[in-house]
Design a protein around this ligand. Structure first.
Ligand SMILES: N[C@@H](CCC(=O)N[C@@H](CS)C(=O)NCC(=O)O)C(=O)O
Length: 208
């Protein structure tokens, strides 16, 4: 059994989509970050960085409980544990890792800043909107090129790289992005959103 500590955000949903895809049983522990639950001593004991998501695998390596923080590391851990959504052959595996890192180092931080300046900032800061909005659209352009003639980010296989990017693209309206401007991203997005596991993972945490 896996304990998932999460909230209704793009990073949180990467973990819940993955858990739905691989079919491992898990218990959801909602961490409402707007109420600062991530800063409680109980949660800091799980994630010293006070961010969601985190998982505790009660049946971790050596049969002992094992905690994983950082959504990219969680995806890699669950892929290795389940033997799914990450190829074992080296070149194919590094295709997945490259695009996973592209999401972790680029899409996540930049789109997160767009969300902040467009939706959360208490004052209007045109410089922040322009800087992060421009980079966000550039990243959509990179993704559109990558997905030209490809079904998925890495190889011809659905992988944790796709799962990492998807919940961020799901917020394209927050980013003031029209997916019709990026037809390859749109095709990829529509095909993934049709997957029952993705639909279920995108609803976690439910009723919170
Ligand atoms: N690099 C981290 C980022 C996690 C992250 O930023 N989580 C946000 C929600 S999407 C959070 O917990 N925010 C709470 C806070 O900043 O206080 C990961 O990928 O897991």
């Amino acid at each position: 059994m896996i304990d998932l500590y999460t909230w209704k955000t793009s990073n949180g949903r990467k973990a819940s989509i993955m858990l739905e895809e691989i079919g491992l049983p898990y218990t959801v522990h909602p961490i409402p970050i707007g109420q600062d639950v991530q800063f409680t001593p109980e949660y800091i004991a799980i994630n010293p960085n006070s961010k969601i998501p985190a998982i505790v695998d009660q049946d971790g390596p050596g049969g002992k409980p094992y905690t994983v923080i950082e959504s990219g590391a969680i995806l890699m851990y669950l892929a290795e544990k389940s033997g799914k959504l990450m190829p074992s052959e080296m070149a194919a595996r590094y295709e997945v890792i490259q695009w996973l890192m592209f999401q972790m180092g680029g899409v996540g931080p930049i789109f997160g800043q767009v969300h902040h300046f467009e939706r959360a900032a208490k004052e209007d800061i045109p410089y922040g909107k322009k800087r992060y909005g421009t980079e966000c659209r550039r990243l959509y352009g990179v993704m559109d090129k990558r997905l030209e003639g490809r079904g998925f980010f890495a190889n011809e296989q659905y992988s944790i790289a796709d799962i990492a990017v998807l919940p961020w693209v799901a917020r394209h309206e927050w980013q003031l992005v029209d997916l019709n401007d990026y037809p390859n991203v749109k095709r990829w997005y529509d095909s993934l959103m049709a997957r029952p596991a993705v639909q279920k993972g995108m609803e976690i945490p439910a009723d919170a």
